[in-house]
Design a protein around this ligand. Structure first.
Ligand SMILES: Nc1ncnc2c1ncn2[C@@H]1O[C@H](COP(=O)(O)OP(=O)(O)OP(=O)(O)O)[C@@H](O)[C@H]1O
Ligand SMILES: [Mg+2]
Length: 290
């Protein structure tokens, strides 16, 4: 018990250091393009590079990050509604020391609770400010209201698509939707399941071209992840490929993306100028809910 209390204090102290925390929403137009696998392994890559990363499972339909990690979490976002439960109580530890919060349907429930309770939850979550360098939100596919809130409230958006035409058109539909609600949203593309970097580039160029032509929008690209049988194998083994197959093409692709992210590849100027952090995030969320 004593140990836990000490740990808690240490964490609270850390959380008060006021370090910037970057909020990234991972999304896609079409479902099943690899968002959750990307989020999980990218987070592990960020951790490896020394950036403290906490993952939120914000998929309201089929939250399954815990399944991909092979753990069945009893902790859940909605437990913050119970008195005395802190954000540290609901932070789950996954493989490789990755910390995550199981949100899932909790997020849509959260939108429905009264203002007082909502504030309590937000205040708890805000303690992650400065504790994490990066918060990654894995959302469900498509343009649900909830996913849209995460997209519009985040500091930046990573939009995952594959080179398949159906995935590209759905990605474009989502970009159009985001653009209509906030043209300043910082979106970067992640092209998943590419057979070559050339295919990745072609896919990204195609999207950037239509975005430029029809929306007058500059779309940038973070990078590509190769199509790799190790991904499906790892899903079945319920172990993140970044840890179990660090030399696989997919893991190398993720490592390249982490390095690109760290170097600020494709970063839009609004990313550089800093962002609202968790307080800003929840303030925006709140405005969208009420
Ligand atoms: N780089 C890759 N190479 C090969 N297969 C992949 C790759 N990325 C994803 N997949 C396959 O796609 C499947 C779906 O991936 P994942 O669950 O991450 O998608 P998702 O976008 O999160 O889906 P949903 O929209 O349902 O949340 C994986 O189980 C895997 O079989
Ligand atoms: Mg998913």
């Amino acid at each position: 018990m004593r140990d836990q209390a000490a740990q808690l204090r240490e964490r609270l102290q850390k959380s008060q250091e006021g370090k910037p925390t970057r909020l990234i929403t991972v999304t896609s137009g079409k479902g099943g393009v690899g968002k959750s696998n990307f989020t999980l392994n990218f987070a592990l890559g960020l951790l490896e590079s020394g950036q403290k990363t906490v993952v939120f499972d914000a998929d309201l339909g089929f939250a399954n990050l815990d399944v991909l990690m092979g753990i069945s979490s009893k902790k859940h976002l909605l437990q913050l509604l119970e008195p005395q439960t802190t954000v540290w109580d609901i932070l789950e530890k996954g493989p490789g020391g990755l910390e995550f919060i199981a949100g899932g349907t909790g997020f849509s429930q959260m939108m429905k609770v009264d203002d007082g309770k909502l504030d309590t939850m937000f205040r708890q979550l805000e303690n992650l400010q400065g504790y994490a360098d990066i918060l990654l939100f894995d959302t469900g596919a498509g343009v649900s209201n909830e996913s849209m809130r995460f997209i519009l409230a985040a500091d930046e958006v990573l939009l995952v698509t594959t080179p398949e035409p159906t995935s590209i058109t759905d990605a474009y539909a989502l970009i159009k939707m985001i653009h209509s609600q906030n043209p300043k949203t910082a979106i970067r593309l992640v092209i998943n399941r590419v057979s070559s970097n050339q295919e990745g580039k072609q896919t990204a160029d195609k999207l950037a071209m239509v975005a430029k032509r029809f929306l007058d929008m500059e779309l940038s690209t973070l990078g590509y992840v190769p199509d790799d049988a190790i991904v499906s194998k790892s899903v079945k083994q319920q172990k993140p490929f970044f840890l179990t197959y660090p030399q696989s093409p997919a893991a190398k692709g993720i490592r390249d993306l982490v390095s690109a992210y760290t170097r600020g590849v494709g970063a839009v100027s609004s990313i550089e100028t800093g962002a609202g952090g968790l307080k800003g995030f929840f303030a925006k969320m709140r405005n969208m809910i009420r």
